[in-house]
Design a protein around this ligand. Structure first.
Ligand code: KQY
Length: 368
């Protein structure tokens, strides 16, 4: 495999928007029992539902350990789902996989960001994380894609969203957190984003969703839906700890200009009613030193914004909440050319994220 010592921007590559055509979507099979309750079985069923929903629209590759290969192959009984054996620490390929970049000559390459399990020894969610830090390199090797490695610069794919036209949205809570790149200023972080994703404008939201264990990943809070238009998780309830976060984000988005000089249209997506793990669900998670402890007192960071755009479809979480129908209607209105498929998201939420967090799209070559 070739690791380049240039940057994507210098080589004429950019990160495409999620709605640009994909060649496939990647998923990693969940199995660690200190994150996924009951030995990972309910989580695996949830991931199967997501993989099959995506496979209606585009090919899916699932990375799985040798120990789980047989089980995963049997459960993922769909001719559009390929399995490859990869050792991982957990199952969040949005954050551990490569960020793919493309050029106009039909080439796809990947950025392999350094990964420290969402904060290393300062609030990170598990140790060791070496296998997860290797996931991007292994995927790029399987795909025969050239690689850019950002040794010393930590970033997770869930902490950024782009419009494919030079603008990126992120949160200060995550990218300026001391547990990611304490050696860099805001300008230093922006310089890395500019060079590796061909970004001209960074829009900084102050925070992500309340209690998001990733330190406020933007993909659980706000996303691009088309150039010049974003979808923001929203509550009108002043007693909800998300209220000031939503207000602060709205103030930024209302005054922002993107890389093309456009003002943004902001669509609102209601936040589902507060959700908590039950005592029984928490008891099903193995307790291991250094891993995230689960408690029925801690509100889960549930969000309908944590969906994936695929070729002709939207795969979004439902929560058995009356707002599920409204969320589906909003997504269908915003994406009239796509078919919205809702998949139960509670089990993935119990693990700490949702559909966008467990998927990584690989763009199709353009202009080839
Ligand atoms: O992107 C994400 N939401 C990852 C969350 C990791 C949670 C580990 N418990």
């Amino acid at each position: 495999m070739t690791t380049l010592n240039t940057t994507p921007r210098a080589d004429g590559f950019r990160m495409p928007a999620e709605w640009e055509t994909h060649s496939k979507t990647w998923i990693v099979w969940p199995e660690r029992s200190d994150n996924w309750r009951n030995g990972g079985k309910p989580g695996q069923a949830a991931f199967v539902a997501v993989a099959k929903a995506i496979a209606q629209f585009e090919p899916v590759t699932v990375c799985v350990s040798a120990a789980q290969y047989e089980n995963a192959r049997a459960r993922l009984d769909d001719s559009n789902i390929r399995l490859v054996e990869i050792t991982t620490d957990d199952a969040w390929v949005r954050d551990t996989g490569p960020t793919f970049v493309i050029n106009d000559s039909g080439e796809v390459r990947g950025v392999d960001w350094a990964f420290n399990a969402w904060g290393g020894f300062d609030g990170g969610l598990y140790w060791p994380w070496l296998r997860d830090d290797q996931v991007a390199r292994k995927i790029l090797e399987i795909e025969g894609c050239k690689r850019y490695r950002t040794d010393g610069f930590v970033l997770e794919g869930g902490s950024i969203h782009v419009d494919g036209e030079g603008t990126l949205i992120t949160t200060e809570e995550c990218l300026l957190n001391n547990n990611r790149n304490p050696h860099l200023t805001r300008e230093g972080v922006e310089a890395m984003l500019r060079e590796h994703l061909a970004i001209d404008t960074v829009i900084w939201l102050p925070d992500g969703l309340y209690n998001d264990e990733t330190d406020g990943h933007v993909d659980n809070f706000c996303c691009y839906v088309r150039p010049g238009e974003v979808l923001l998780a929203w509550t009108e309830d002043q007693n909800d700890p998300n209220y000031p976060r939503c207000q602060a984000a709205m103030r930024v988005l209302e005054t922002a200009r993107d890389a093309k000089g456009r003002q943004l249209t902001v669509h609102k997506m209601p936040i589902p009613a507060p959700m908590y793990a039950t005592a029984e669900e928490c008891a099903g998670v193995d307790m291991v030193e250094g891993s995230q402890e689960r408690s029925p007192d801690v509100r889960l960071a549930g969000s309908y914004v944590n969906f994936l755009i695929v070729n002709g479809g939207i795969v979004a979480p439902s929560f058995d909440d009356p707002k599920d129908i409204e969320a589906c209607t909003i997504l269908q209105r915003i994406f009239p050319e796509h078919r919205v498929v809702m998949v139960p998201g509670r089990e993935i939420l119990l693990g700490g994220g949702n559909i966008h967090c467990i998927t990584q799209q690989q763009p199709a070559p353009q202009g080839a």
